[in-house]
Design a protein around this ligand. Sequence first.
Ligand SMILES: *Cc1c(COP(=O)(O)O)cnc(C)c1O
Length: 365
Amino acid sequence: MIPMVDLKTQYALLKDEIDTGLHAALENTAFVMGPNVQAFEKESAEYLGVKHAIAVANGTEALHLALLAAGIGEGDEVITSAFTFIATAEAIRYVRAKPVFVDIDPRSFNITPEAIEAAITSKTKAVMPVHLFGQPCDMKAIQAICDKHGLVLIEDCAQSFGASVDGKQTGSMGLVSGTSFFPSKNLGAYGDGGMVMTDSDDIAQHIKVLRNHGSEVRYYHDVIGYNCRLDELQAVILRVKLKHIEEFNAGRRRAAHLYSQLMADLPLETPYEDGKGIHVYHQYTLLSDRRDDIMAALQKANIACAIYYPVPLHQQKVFAEYCAGVSLPNTEAVAKRCLSLPMFPELTEEQVREVVGVIRGTVVV
Ligand SMILES: *Cc1c(COP(=O)(O)O)cnc(C)c1O
């Protein structure tokens, strides 16, 4: 059996460090906004190269609070990808703004500067690129478009923790950005978690107030906020894992490159690295006309695989009112042909060879 993500093997490797930290936190009993949350924020800000990293309850809320603090609201349009997880667009709807879905590059799976620029109207307030599957978007061009049109740039880094562009981490280029620590993400907690990143003191302060019931001073409330804090126990786990993130991402890249090398002669498309930044392979996603046959063969061989994402957001029922007549050919074609293979830092050469063996046996006749 080869799973999509092997959290058990990773826990076994980190067990002593994590167990010791958890035990100390249990004895300390500062379960909400305790010292590990503060330390994790400081360590993350350092790693990401941002002035402020504010830990929150999950990635969806990180994006929600980022949009709120950036002043996006009713009547505003936010340009984002149609090929992403629902949470990207949910956050846009939480602030009552309108998601404007644009098409992707069929090889990198990311939204293109051209598609963004073509979608700008007088109502556009923000652009929310998603660094899908761990590959950074074309940030230099996207930043230039935002500057030219006076738009707020908000990065969705839920799949790209540790990915960088010219030495700049994803999450450090937007006015404000959000990431997720869902267990399967590149930096994963053992439950939910998220983080907002910004260089702006004002936005950071606003986020801190919003995540904690709208209060700066305890029991004094100036705005309606949320209960949106990161748990202390998750912070313990995340601090341990943050120390290893470079080696985790290197392990993902190693496995990805081996997959691609072993499948180079097969009639399918292996993931394309566009060279605009460092891809950290949250997912290893191939394209094939025989996607469904490959999936059936892998399942029969007890190897996990998954379709991220089978239905693009502009074709989801929940967004029907915004998407009448919208057609995004690249996104639609990719959704029909994409398949993600097992991907985690500890994936062994033997496991990669086993997966490729099954795929080879299916697509080569
Ligand atoms: C996982 C994910 C989110 C949401 O994160 P949660 O922590 O699960 O709320 C947002 N955007 C993208 C692209 C994601 O993959």
